[in-house]
Design a protein around this ligand. Structure first.
Ligand code: F0G
Length: 456
């Protein structure tokens, strides 16, 4: 029996339909950086699953009656109740988005010269570690290196490498272990509960705090239910509760699995860290009962957290992603296997094998998807992760040339995703016509968002 989404559509928003000629002009005006495209020139926007989910009638009803008191509003208590139901952290704070949660928590935990160890730091997470004068070190598991392998938990942290780091000469400097669930920087792959339990054990043994970056906690929990022996009989909520319980705290952007346009969460057990977070929060985000969020967004998040953990919703989201993945692979475009839930990661390096890393095959594919079909997505390859000289020439290629095609929650129907698969299939019929790119200008930090390029 097929799955289907546990909702129907009551409010819709028109999307722009454009010609290739108009898109050629728009992309040239954006200096071939898809972040600089105006969204009214984008037909299907798969740039991110963050803040782009469709809200429910229940979320909008709650938002409409939100109590805007400066301190102690009803909206805050609903937020607290929703978060407490999942996390059991004694100290939780609302923050306006994930990167603010990172800044507030890391400022309270890390010192200059320390190391943050992760399966993979997301790019703002890495930047927030580095801005504090600390080092962000990624230790993804070895299975991830084989993009085609169908190992179920390729988002895991490499436990042997973690132990070696903690026990070795750098061990003293490790200020935190941060596990990202699911691993967005690592192909959107899930992390197993066995891996989280082993991290807990190592962190106890070496006296290091263990935090989750739980932006996609519900999708991780669902993939655990589906894939990990011993968890099939639990609800995704029970699995999420167990995952949160294993850690000393979390940061979580709620623009993903809060299904809200804005919002995030910090949770901690340690009262001293909580005190430091609270001072920082009040000085830079807002009072502890709103933390930079408007009351209506606190309400949307509180309701969204209940909706996201529904097994019917998660099953239908997984099925949508799997159907999309099947169409794309049948069309001859390989993806990072196995397909997860929030995005497909296309293997552009393999599809566009005529383009060397210095011509940015991932970026070339992302641009072609836009030019051919008005589809926006983002490169995760040498443009994002490579090393460059002062003339913007690539000197160290990234290990993979990928394109992330994100799937916003409840926003597009299967027909939209089938259309995207058709566009990709067309490109795959004659990949040799896709051109390379070169960087003409780039800032030193968070380069990806502000690049200017030229087509060769
Ligand atoms: N952590 C992870 C794993 C993320 O994916 C993101 C954002 C953040 C932290 C930061 O949260 O955007 O609320 O400040 N990821 C988005 C993306 C932007 O497209 O993957 P934020």
């Amino acid at each position: 029996m097929r799955t289907f989404p546990p909702y129907r559509i009551q409010v819709v928003k028109e999307i722009p339909i454009t010609t290739r000629e108009q898109r050629e002009e728009a992309l040239a005006r954006a200096a071939y950086n898809t972040f600089d495209l105006p969204s009214n020139m984008v037909t299907i926007d798969l740039l991110t699953d963050s803040g782009t989910g469709a809200v429910s009638a229940a979320q909008e009803a709650a938002a409409a009656q939100a109590d805007r008191a400066y301190a102690g509003s009803d909206a805050y208590y609903r937020f607290r109740a929703a978060v407490d139901d999942l996390t059991s952290y004694p100290h939780t704070f609302p923050v306006h988005q994930g990167r603010a949660a990172e800044r507030v928590l890391f400022t309270s935990v890390l010192k200059p010269g320390q190391i943050s160890v992760s399966n993979t730091h997301f790019d703002t997470t890495r930047a927030n570690v580095e801005l504090l004068g600390a080092e962000a070190r990624d230790l993804p598991c070895a299975e991830f290196a084989d993009l085609d392998s169908r190992e179920p938990f390729k988002g895991n942290i490499d436990l042997a490498a973690l132990e070696q780091t903690l026990a070795g000469p750098d061990g003293e400097r490790v200020g935190q272990v941060l596990v990202t669930i699911t691993n967005n920087g690592g192909g959107g792959q899930p992390v197993s509960m066995a891996n989280l339990k082993a991290v807990r054990e190592l962190c106890d043994r070496y006296g290091v705090p263990f935090f989750l970056d739980a932006a996609r906690f519900a999708e991780n929990a669902w993939l655990v239910v589906r894939r990990e022996p011993g968890y099939g009989h639990l609800t995704p909520k029970e699995v999420a509760q167990e995952a949160f319980a294993l850690a000393d705290g979390c940061v979580a952007s709620l623009k993903k699995d809060g299904i809200a346009p804005m919002g995030a969460l910090i949770g901690v057990r340690d009262p001293e860290i909580a005190k430091r977070c609270e001072v920082n929060l009040i000085a830079t985000e807002g009072f502890r009962t709103y933390g930079g969020m408007a009351a209506h967004d606190l309400e949307r998040v509180a309701q969204g957290l209940e909706e996201v953990i529904d097994p019917h919703y998660l099953a239908s989201r997984e099925a949508d992603a799997a159907h999309f993945a099947d169409l794309v692979t049948q069309a001859g475009v390989d993806i990072v296997q196995p397909s997860g839930m929030h995005a497909l990661y296309l293997n552009a390096g393999r599809l566009l094998s005529h383009i060397p890393p210095s011509g940015f095959p991932g970026h070339a594919l992302a641009c072609e998807l836009y030019l051919a079909g008005g589809v926006r997505c983002v490169e995760l390859g040498s443009l994002y992760l490579g090393g460059f000289d002062e003339n913007h020439n690539l000197v160290t290629p990234a290990p993979f040339e990928l394109v992330r095609v994100a799937i916003p929650r409840r926003t597009y129907t299967q027909a939209h995703l089938e259309y995207v698969a058709d566009v990709l299939a067309d490109i795959a019929k004659d990949p040799s016509r896709v051109a390379s790119y070169r960087v003409v200008d780039a800032p030193p930090l968070l380069r990806h968002f502000n690049l200017k390029l030229e087509r060769i």
